[in-house]
Write a protein that binds this ligand. Structure first.
Ligand code: FES
Length: 107
């Protein structure tokens, strides 16, 4: 199973093996990881599942769609070079080793 590392704002790390097909947001939610609120439940309508993707991973991820790009404008302190919405990232073997960091807050 692909292994995803979530890093809370304070530095606490969670290394989780996730089945293919779930979203990176669902992986956090279902494992009780703090820092990803996901208020809209994954409908790409809230931006509270925002994370910063580790350097080196942005080019390996599928590009964001137009809805995600729009919603990222409402995220807390987005960084165009490394911000993504985790509800839009689907776990697959290609994401094995992905590292994401949560922002200080979710807007
Ligand atoms: Fe709402 Fe991702 S959970 S935008």
């Amino acid at each position: 199973m692909p292994r995803i590392t979530y890093i809370e704002f304070g530095g606490r790390q969670h290394v989780i093996d996730l089945p293919n097909g779930v979203s990176v947001m669902e992986g956090a939610r279902d494992n009780g990881i703090l820092g990803i609120r996901a208020d809209c439940g994954g409908a790409c309508a809230c931006s509270t599942c925002h994370v910063y993707v580790d350097p080196g991973w942005m080019d390996r991820l599928p590009p964001p769609g137009p809805m995600e790009e729009d919603m990222l404008d409402f995220a807390y302190q987005p960084d165009p070079a490394r911000s993504r919405l985790t509800c839009q990232l689907r776990v697959s073997d290609d994401l094995d080793g992905l590292v994401v960091s949560m922002p200080e807050a979710q807007s």
